[in-house]
Design a protein around this ligand. Structure first.
Ligand SMILES: CC(C)(COP(=O)(O)OP(=O)(O)OC[C@H]1O[C@@H](n2cnc3c(N)ncnc32)[C@H](O)[C@@H]1OP(=O)(O)O)[C@@H](O)C(=O)NCCC(=O)NCCS
Length: 331
């Protein structure tokens, strides 16, 4: 998308529940027939954070947004767009974004909405926010990924319940006039798609039309694994994304992939021919927090100094739907 404007990331923030659960603690507390060794070997996950009393998708989103605004140095009155990517909202409606808007007292003319593209949601929300900024008069947007999958997993299904965790991450975007003669900054390209025929492979068993309860996670792990590796490890897809940004694989400083499983990330790295040293990995610490994995990992890598101004960062997401998305950002 060519424009006289560029959409830069100017701040990040994240929030995790207070309580962290190691594999061993979770197995003991839930009475699972599993082991720390099995979970680490098959997924790379060592621990996850799980919400307790008073913590919800909304509170995590709100805290991540507040931290991102503080790191950007932008007050709530300036935010013109707030999008929360989530498939575990507190309520069927209003949106989590509306709850955050009310609590943080954002501007009267701020657009608020939730995006549900499951684990792919953050990059989808980034695309929507970029489009709204480019089409309208708002100068600042906040994009959030926030989830509490602990409220959706079946705690009797050991093949899924050990994989997920709760958390939220947020970025603040700013629309700037593009400076001629300088390298383009900010979001350089975004690509998205889906294979809806695979929807039954990873879904919730419930919803408004199914008994009016949220349901639990149903997953065909092997199918999900196969498709995730094929999509995230595709040189052709990554090539299209980088080409649109006017870059090549050699220009990429960091890849921030969806954090579902370390083996998926390693297979994607191999497929793309990019060294694992360039991948930001947090799945060991956070497990799969669905739409929150990418902004959480971004915040970690920005705060620990890995991602620096000018770096080329490639985001890669894949999840239920099967919906997939990717983005290239010059930080
Ligand atoms: C779920 C996943 C880790 C399972 O790994 P796998 O190597 O495919 O393992 P399988 O499903 O073949 O199961 C192997 C055995 O381990 C068992 N098992 C499953 N979960 C277990 C657990 N938590 N602890 C111990 N054993 C477990 C299975 O019951 C099976 O036993 P069996 O051989 O007696 O039937 C893997 O398929 C995966 O990561 N898929 C992608 C999931 C994902 O990322 N989803 C979100 C995407 S956004």
């Amino acid at each position: 998308m060519k424009s006289d404007f560029e959409i830069r990331v100017i701040g990040t923030g994240s929030a995790l529940p207070v309580k962290v659960w190691s594999n061993a603690e979770l197995i003991a507390a839930r009475g699972l027939e599993s082991s720390d060794e099995w979970i680490r070997e098959r997924t790379g996950i060592a621990q996850r954070y799980i919400v307790g009393e008073g913590e919800t998708t909304f509170t995590l989103a709100r805290d991540a947004v507040a931290k991102a605004m503080a790191s950007a140095g932008v007050g709530p009155e300036h935010i013109g767009v707030l999008i929360v990517a989530t498939c575990t909202p507190d309520l069927s409606f209003p949106s989590v974004a509306a709850l955050v808007h009310g609590d943080l007292k954002l501007a009267h003319n701020c657009v608020v909405l939730d995006v549900n593209a499951a684990c792919s949601g953050f990059v989808h929300a980034l695309a929507v926010a970029r489009g709204l900024l480019l089409a309208g008069t708002a100068e600042y947007a906040v994009v959030v990924g926030a989830e509490t999958f602990s409220n959706l997993v079946d705690w009797n299904d050991r093949a899924t319940c050990v994989l997920f965790g709760d958390g939220a991450g947020a970025v603040v975007l700013k629309k700037d006039t593009r400076t001629q003669g300088h390298k383009a900054q900010g979001v350089l390209s975004i690509d998205m798609g889906a294979d809806g025929t695979c929807a039954p492979q990873l879904m919730s068993s419930g919803g408004v039309a199914r008994g009016r309860v949220a349901g639990t996670v149903l997953m065909n792990g092997r199918e999900v694994y196969k498709h995730a590796v094929r999509q995230m490890g595709s040189k052709v897809e990554a090539g299209k994304l980088l080409d649109e940004a006017g870059l090549t694989v050699a220009d990429v400083n960091w890849v921030v992939p969806h954090q579902a499983n370390l083996r998926i990330i390693e297979a994607a790295a191999q497929g793309l021919g990019i060294s694992m040293d360039k991948f930001v990995v947090t799945v060991d610490q956070h497990a799969n927090t669905s739409a929150a994995t990418i902004p959480l990992a971004l915040d970690v890598a920005v705060r620990d100094g890995r991602i620096q101004a000018g770096d080329v960062v490639m985001l890669q997401a894949f999840g239920a739907g099967f919906a997939w998305s990717g983005a290239v950002i010059r930080w």
